[in-house]
Design a protein around this ligand. Structure first.
Ligand code: URA
Ligand code: ZN
Length: 384
């Protein structure tokens, strides 16, 4: 592996661009940024509230959420060479179609200049910042607007993909209305970063105050699990075999549930013959961030990816000598910055160090595989 392949690349790192933060400040219902007086000296504090009835009255926010210098300082502190920055949830989901469209275009241009004016890594000629653009995925948007925005993003040289929530244009991502969008994204070679926002029904969380733990630790990954499963069931990955999709939080619970999913499909007359391949094959078609916080989980995900080709409907016979694919090659490190800041003053963020240590701790991965997950795989996937 050459020096460039040893770069540390963060594929899961967010920003609320100043234009978007301003919009949130102007709102009186979630999602919004409100100011309240806090602490013994009644200092004004901005808080981000992105869900109705959000636990703990939202969370404190500051410059880390929008200021590019803060992003670069965070990267320097943790030795991160390159970040592929995405707008944070809930994106444009709550806006009427006409506003969503114009704001998507403005935010894509904003993110392009955020990245294009970032420092260059001298020996590699790469920039330090690249980005995922946004589509105006809201009900009543026209397909033409969505396709125009895909073209806008494809033409912006520092935007390498599109971050997407799970709602689509109102009916989820398994909606055939999105087929022209998948086709355009596939053709443009952009990577879809699938990221949760809504979690699952908050009635599941009971009445105890557990802060943000249940929605973040469970609700978020379950939302991704359901959305990805619906995509598989809808045949999107059969219709768009070159579509590249990166799943947040290592694909949530899907790797653990994929054999059960395959079995349920095989036993259900409605879907048994719908898909070209066994469900487990499609897990090997996807990319996974390594934001799982533990070595055992990372190893497990890479094993699930590695075995996937044997579930292809055209799989060679069991006694063939075809080497299994390297699961780790489809995994890439991320931080989820600026979320999960340390609760007490520490030099480095625990959430960052933990995800790096998790990679180091996978005993079954070679040093080369670990370097790949730390950055080399992202350089390849995003063609940096
Ligand atoms: N991470 C995110 O990306 N969004 C949140 O709202 C919380 C954590
Ligand atoms: Zn995130």
């Amino acid at each position: 592996m050459n020096t460039a392949q040893k770069l540390l690349v963060d594929v899961h790192t967010h920003v609320y661009l100043p234009r978007y933060a301003q919009l949130l400040r102007s709102r009186t219902t979630a999602p919004r940024i409100l100011t309240r007086l806090s602490g013994p000296d009644n200092k004004p504090e901005e808080r981000l509230v992105i869900l109705d009835n959000e636990p703990s009255g939202g969370r404190p926010v500051g410059a880390q959420y929008w200021d590019r210098d803060e992003k670069l300082a965070f990267m320097d502190k943790h030795g991160i060479d390159i970040s592929i920055v995405s707008s944070a949830n809930p994106w444009l989901d709550f806006l009427p179609a006409s506003t969503a469209r114009s704001l998507a275009n403005e935010l894509n241009d904003d993110l392009e200049s955020y990245c294009s004016t970032s420092p260059i890594i001298a020996e590699t000629r790469r920039k330090r910042l690249y980005g995922f653009g946004l589509l105006p995925l809201v009900p009543e948007i026209t397909t033409e607007s969505l396709l125009d925005t895909v073209q806008q993003i494809a033409a912006l040289p520092h935007l390498k993909g599109i971050i997407m929530g799970t709602r689509g244009v109102g009916k989820g991502l398994d909606d055939e209305a999105l087929d022209p969008v998948w086709a355009a994204i596939e053709k443009a070679g952009l990577v879809v970063f699938l990221h949760p926002h809504y979690g699952v029904d908050s009635k599941q969380w009971g009445e105890k105050d557990n802060g943000h733990v249940l929605p973040l630790a469970l609700g978020f990954p379950f939302e991704t699990t359901i959305a990805t499963t619906r995509l598989i069931l809808s045949g999107v990955f059969d219709r768009f075999p070159a579509l590249r999709m990166l799943l947040a939080h290592s694909g949530g619970a899907l790797p653990q549930l994929s054999s059960r999913l395959a079995s349920c499909i095989d036993h259900d007359p409605v879907v048994a013959s719908r898909l070209k391949h066994d469900a487990r094959y499609y897990l090997g078609r996807l990319y996974y961030d390594a934001v799982a916080y533990g070595s055992a989980e990372l190893r497990f995900v890479s094993d699930v990816i590695a075995r996937s080709d044997s579930y292809s409907s055209t799989a060679a016979s069991a006694d063939s000598h075809v080497a299994p694919k390297l699961g780790s090659a489809q995994m890439m490190w991320g931080t989820d910055h600026p979320f999960f800041p340390p609760l007490s003053n520490t030099e480095k963020w625990k959430s960052v160090v933990e995800n790096l240590d998790a990679i180091t701790g996978v005993k079954e991965w070679t040093q080369e595989e670990k370097d790949g997950v730390r950055g080399g795989n992202a350089l390849s996937l995003f063609n940096l």
